[in-house]
Design a protein. Sequence first.
Length: 208
Amino acid sequence: MLLYLLQGVTLGLSAAATPGPFQAFLLSQSARIGWRRTLPAACSPLISDGPIIVLVMLILTSMPGLFLETLRFGGGLFLLYLARAAFIAARQKPDFEHILHKPAAHSILQAAILNLLNPNPYIFWSLIGGPVLLQAWQQGPGYCLAFLGGMYAALIGGCGCLVILFATAASLEASVNRALLALSALALALFGCYQLFAALSTIIRCFS
């Protein structure tokens, strides 16, 4: 169970630390209406990810085991790709200044809609989160709760810290942002290697 908890925390922190559309939305909100009114929007994945998870899991549970391991292998490759992107971003200063000129939404519902229209959650739950969650379910509901609880606690907490940092400073300190991205890249790379190893081990056993 601890392994699933650590995997969830790793993925949640990595998602929170890596700049994307959702982070851009939160920074825009924070700059325009303040961090106190923006913090609830950081919880919007709890609303938007539910339908995405159900849809993906319904598809995955109807597929044969070998397909799921192949999908898991693809997820490992995708994690390594994300790790490379995070490492490159860690060597540069992310440009969030353009965010301030975009119109800001003012509700957690609009943040949830943004997530529903963003392809990233669908890619994540299809290639990475879905296979892990399905494997956890096969071992017991507690393992699922450990994975989901760790991931969303880290994701929401990380995004909340990002909102507060941005609101209390003119801009994010480059050293802090780069350190977060470097840690994100390392975590993604380690988890990606684990996914590849686990998937390959199962595939080899199926053909042996």
